[in-house]
Design a protein around this ligand. Structure first.
Ligand code: NI
Length: 435
């Protein structure tokens, strides 16, 4: 049942991977399709559902901590291998397959898979079983059973079942994947000829077939800005690196080069006066896909200002950042982390503080602040650093390498909190654990 994925050739597909180091032995590799949120959230529900079910024996749900420090080694021995990939794309449809392989202690394995048809025009996803008229299902199942070896027939699950794996080929052939029985390897694919297949298709099935037959070039959905691309931080271990007080004419471009080299996105809490002084650098930050937040105009203790003074600091900073980058900040960080009820009532944005304070400005020594961050960091945390110190920069490559080796996905603040609404005036230090 293994077919070559087409995801590599889709402009809007991006790969994800996780392996557990504690809890249920599992590896998962899948690709999200940018611009298809319904498909991506279906994938997340499936992955979390399986991982939760496997973790149930430990008395707790799956948590991203379980995927830390697993290393790149693939699963050997008993456990679960989850794969999600696009296998076909034509016109406005992507055919996507999820498969689960469970290997038990005696080495036997079971594979189950299902396919979905995602419409890039409407965003809707259709489970494969919906491609068939309900009254045609018994016939397809009987037809599939006929093609199986008699040994398999007795133990095979119905071909069109809760986990239904159907693919329509360009010539109209329907490929039905029959799940394997325990210990019977990878299952079987039964091919049903175009005429017989067409007679069994529902209205949706006919529409999909006409798209796949048309040989139309694949039309990808509009891309999401990089720093807002979907990632699920309940599933993979995430951390958000944040840099305050810039943009700095000398240090910030060097930091951007390091982040680019490490394929890492971050969040920059900019001062309005620095954005006004270095608009080109501010623009480089957001052009590279990073997120710009508001760190006030001139870095005062907001707690010492009147409501009007606080509002002025916020508005002037947002105006300067917008003038430089074209983007209006939607998150803020009060200087010194200093906030009170007045500040919270006036800033008009969520206050993003931090769970881990690197104190990079205090030690000015990577040998001090990098181990501190590595020791204190947990999945979901926001990390405070500054892009105004050369010493901070000299520690970044080592820090990011170590975090990525541990299995951390380094994300922007909006990505870290995706799915958890941020409220203006509320204080946040990291992502809340899944309820
Ligand atoms: Ni600051």
């Amino acid at each position: 049942m293994t077919r070559a994925p087409v995801a590599g050739s889709l402009p809007n597909a991006y790969p994800m991977y996780l392996a557990t180091a504690s809890g249920p032995p599992a590896t998962a590799s899948w690709t999200y399709i940018d611009g298809l949120p319904q498909l991506n959230s279906q994938l997340d529900s499936w992955l979390l559902g399986v991982l939760d079910a496997k973790a149930a024996s430990t008395g707790r749900r799956y948590r991203p901590e379980m995927a830390l420090s697993a290393g790149p080694a693939s699963l050997s021995g008993p456990g679960t291998t989850l794969t999600g990939q696009a296998i076909k794309a034509a016109g406005s449809f992507i055919v996507y397959r999820e498969s689960e392989k469970d290997t038990s202690a005696d080495g036997t394995s079971t594979v189950m898979s299902r396919t979905f048809f995602a419409d890039t025009g409407t965003g809707q996803i259709t489970p494969a079983a919906d491609l068939l008229r309900p009254d045609a299902v018994p016939g397809i199942n009987a037809r599939a059973a006929d093609e199986l070896h008699p040994d398999q027939r007795a133990t095979a699950a119905p071909a069109v079942s809760a986990m239904a794996d159907l693919v329509i080929d360009g010539d109209g052939t329907l490929e039905v994947s029959v799940p394997s029985a325990q210990g019977k390897g990878d299952g079987t694919v039964v091919r049903i000829g175009p005429e017989e297949a067409e007679a069994a298709l529902s209205d949706v099935g006919r529409r999909v077939l006409s798209q796949i037959r048309s040989d139309a070039p694949f039309s990808a959905p509009a891309p999401t800005p990089q720093g807002l691309r979907h990632i699920n931080c309940d599933l993979v271990p995430c951390a958000a690196l944040t840099y305050d007080d810039g943009p700095d004419a000398k240090n910030t471009p060097q930091l951007l080069a390091i982040l680019k080299e490490k394929s890492t996105l971050a969040t920059f809490f900019m001062l309005g006066n620095n954005a006004a002084a270095n608009p080109g650098v501010a623009r480089q930050v957001t052009d590279a896909g990073h997120i710009a937040g508001n760190h006030t105009y001139s870095h005062p203790y907001l707690t010492k200002l009147s409501a009007a003074g606080i509002k002025s600091e916020m508005d002037r900073a947002s105006a300067a950042i917008k003038a430089a980058t074209g983007a209006v900040p939607t998150i803020m960080r009060p200087p010194y982390g200093a906030a009170n009820a007045t500040v919270q009532g006036v800033v008009g944005m969520p206050l993003i503080l931090w769970a881990v304070d690197s104190q990079d400005w205090l030690s000015l020594n990577p040998d001090v602040f990098v181990p501190k961050v590595l020791k204190e960091l947990k999945p979901g945390a926001v990390v405070l650093m500054h892009d105004t110190h050369a010493a901070t920069l000299s520690g970044q490559a080592g820090l990011i390498t170590a975090l990525q080796a541990d299995g951390y996905h380094l994300v922007t603040v909006p990505q870290l909190f995706e799915g958890q609404a941020l409220t203006a005036g509320q204080v946040y230090r990291g992502r809340s654990e899944r309820q």
